[in-house]
Design a protein around this ligand. Structure first.
Ligand SMILES: N[C@@H](CCC(=O)N[C@@H](CS)C(=O)NCC(=O)O)C(=O)O
Length: 187
């Protein structure tokens, strides 16, 4: 059995998707959070000089998406077969696209252009993005929307499928426990 350490700042940020995957899988991780003031002294010891970094049995892996994809595969949250995994990747990539484009979308006056792409994907009435069970795509979208909701608490009012999706993720027993117990941080 491998041992895992996750290094990041004291915030959700780019590390939260990995934490959510650990929580959903019921797997243990040492959640190491560096204070910003101490970061310069650690930076040179970290691969690429950036976090998050996952340490697996003493070996460090950088890049948040590589970490998340690796963990999802380890804990059977990546999708059942190669094609499901590709669909999961497509959802995750769309989530990242949206995160990058969110600010201009938020200020867009044309409501049609504003229409949320996730809502369209979820309009098939399913509870999860890919297949009939939780994958890390659901966790990634949940986490990304978390940030957006903190900026604008009403943003999902026009998107009932997305609201339903959030409820389904929050209903997952291990995720529910994790969400209650995680530190309340600024980011
Ligand atoms: N592509 C990288 C980006 C990592 C990144 O930008 N990390 C930031 C925190 S979110 C960081 O370590 N900043 C401190 C620094 O660059 O010194 C990933 O997704 O992991």
């Amino acid at each position: 059995m491998s041992t895992y350490k996750l290094y990041y700042f004291n915030g959700r940020g780019r590390a939260e998707i990995a934490r959510l995957i650990f929580a959903a899988a019921g797997e243990k991780v040492e959640d190491i959070r560096y204070e910003g003031s101490k970061w310069p002294s650690y930076k040179s010891k970290i691969p690429l000089g950036q976090m998050p970094v996952l340490e697996v049995d003493g070996v460090k892996l950088p890049q948040s998406m590589a970490i998340a994809r690796f963990l999802a595969k380890q804990f059977d949250l990546a999708g059942k077969d190669n094609f499901e995994q590709a669909k999961v990747d497509a959802v995750v990539d769309t989530s990242i696209d949206l995160a990058l484009k969110y600010v201009p979308i938020h200020f867009e006056k044309d409501e049609e252009k504003k229409k949320n792409r996730y809502e369209q994907i979820l309009l098939n009435g399913a509870s999860f993005f890919v297949g009939k069970q939780l994958t890390w795509a659901d966790l990634e979208v949940y986490d990304m929307l978390d940030i957006i909701i903190r900026i604008n608490g009403d943003i999902l009012q026009a998107y009932p499928c997305l609201q339903h999706h959030r409820q389904e993720v929050e209903k997952q027993p291990k995720i529910a426990v994790y969400l209650k117990s995680r530190p309340a941080t600024f980011f």
